[in-house]
Ligand binder design. Structure first.
Ligand SMILES: C[C@@](CO)(OP(=O)(O)O)[C@H](O)COP(=O)(O)OP(=O)(O)OC[C@H]1O[C@@H](n2ccc(N)nc2=O)[C@H](O)[C@@H]1O
Ligand SMILES: Nc1ncnc2c1ncn2[C@@H]1O[C@H](COP(=O)(O)OP(=O)(O)O)[C@@H](O)[C@H]1O
Length: 300
C-alpha cells in the first residue's frame, strides 16, 4: 500500500470544568468531548524523508515543518516502532485553525492511524492512545471520537453513552486564540477574584441528558470554565453568544479555548434557521452546521 487517507472530526466541549493549576503547568479537568461532523483529511504517502503540506481553510496559519502536530505524530510513531520510516502528509483542513475545535490534535490522530496502516505496524489502539497523550492533552480523544469524558489533563478517557444525534451551529471568528494564553487568563481572573478553585466534577444532569438524547436538557447544562477568559481576551464573543440565545439556541457556549462559539439546535431544520439568523446578525466570520457524535478517524 503506497498511500492511506484518513478523515478525522473536530470536537466541541460540552462541559469543560477546570481545576487548580498543577505543578507541571497543566490543569486537572473534567472535559466532556463530543466529536462533530467538521472534518480534516490527512493523506499519508510512503517517502524516504518526513514532509507535510497543508491545504484549505486557513492553511497559511498552519506550520509545514516539524512544528506541525501531524508530523510530530508520525515521528513519535516511528520512534515507538524503532525504525526510521518516512512519509509525506497532505492535510486538507476544514476544521478552523486555533479555534478551540482541536484541529491540530485531529490531524495528529489521523496521522497516527494513517502511518500505522501505511507502515504495516498493526499497533493496537492502546499503544496509539499512549503515543497520543504525549503529543497533546486532546489527541487521545481525537483518536477515539464519539462522546467521552476526559480527566487528568483531558487524556484519560471514558466513552459515554449517547442516544441519538445532536444538531449544532458553529460561529467562526476572525483569527484564533492561543490555548495556553486562555488557560493563563483563566488563572489570572480566578486569582484576581480570590476564587477558591473547586475539584472538577462531571455534571450528572449533563450525562443524563446525553444518555436520554434530550437536546433541551443538554442545552441547559452546557458549561465552559474557560469561557470568561476567552470572552475577556476577545470581547466580541459576548455579542456572538447573546445573539445565539436571542435567536433561540437551546444552549450557547465558547468551544474549548475559543474563539469558535457553539450553538445547540432542536433539529437539523432548526440548525439551518439558526445559522441563517446568526448570519444576518453579522456576528461571525462564517457559520457551519454540523452534528454529533460522529466516529473518530476513519480510513477512506
Ligand atoms: C482547551 C482544550 C479543551 O479540550 O482544547 P482546545 O480548546 O485548545 O482545542 C484542551 O484542554 C487543550 O488541549 P491541547 O490543545 O491538547 O493542549 P496541550 O497541547 O496539551 O497544552 C497546551 C497548553 O494548554 C494548557 N493546558 C492544557 C491542558 C490542560 N489540561 N491544562 C492546561 O493548562 C497548558 O498551558 C499547556 O501548555
Ligand atoms: N496540523 C495542524 N493543524 C492546525 N494547527 C496546527 C497543526 N499543527 C500545529 N498547529 C499549531 O497549533 C495551533 C493550535 O491549533 P488548533 O489545534 O487548530 O487549535 P485549538 O488548540 O484551538 O483547538 C495553531 O495555531 C498552529 O500554529
Amino acid at each position: 500500500m503506497n498511500s492511506v487517507t484518513v478523515r478525522v472530526p473536530a470536537k466541541v466541549n460540552l462541559q469543560l470544568a477546570v481545576g487548580p493549576l498543577r505543578d507541571d503547568g497543566y490543569h486537572d479537568l473534567v472535559n466532556v468531548f463530543h466529536a462533530v461532523s467538521i472534518f480534516d483529511e490527512v493523506t499519508a504517502t510512503a517517502e524516504t524523508g518526513m514532509s507535510v503540506r497543508v491545504e484549505g481553510e486557513s492553511a497559511d496559519q498552519v506550520p509545514e515543518d516539524d512544528d506541525n502536530l501531524a508530523i510530530q505524530a508520525a515521528l513519535a510513531l516511528a520512534r515507538h516502532a524503532g525504525r526510521s520510516y518516512g512519509v509525506n502528509l497532505i492535510i486538507r483542513k476544514s476544521i478552523p485553525v486555533a479555534g478551540g475545535m482541536a484541529g491540530g490534535s485531529a490531524d495528529a490522530a489521523a496521522a497516527l492511524v494513517a502511518c500505522n496502516e501505511l507502515w504495516g505496524l498493526g499497533l493496537p489502539m492502546d499503544d496509539l492512545l499512549e503515543i497520543a497523550a504525549d503529543l497533546g492533552s486532546d489527541v487521545p480523544f481525537a483518536l477515539l471520537g464519539g462522546t467521552a469524558v476526559g480527566t487528568g489533563r483531558g487524556e484519560r478517557l471514558t466513552p459515554l453513552e449517547v442516544a441519538g444525534t445532536f444538531h449544532w451551529v458553529f460561529a467562526l471568528a476572525d483569527g484564533g486564540l492561543s490555548t495556553a494564553t486562555v488557560y493563563a487568563e483563566c488563572d489570572r481572573m480566578r486569582e484576581a477574584m480570590g476564587e477558591k478553585v473547586a475539584w472538577p466534577r462531571a455534571g450528572e444532569s449533563l450525562l443524563a441528558a446525553l444518555r436520554a438524547g434530550d437536546a433541551k436538557a443538554l442545552g441547559a447544562e452546557l458549561t465552559n470554565d474557560l469561557q470568561p477568559a476567552a470572552v475577556m481576551l476577545r470581547r466580541s464573543l459576548a455579542r456572538t453568544l447573546d445573539a445565539g440565545r436571542e435567536q433561540g439556541a437551546l444552549g450557547s457556549l465558547v468551544s474549548g479555548s475559543g474563539p469558535t462559539c457553539a450553538f445547540l439546535a432542536e433539529s437539523e431544520a432548526h440548525a439551518g434557521e439558526l445559522a441563517a439568523s446568526l448570519k444576518s446578525a453579522g456576528v461571525a466570520r462564517d457559520l457551519i452546521i454540523a452534528h454529533g457524535p460522529v466516529p473518530g478517524p476513519t480510513v477512506v
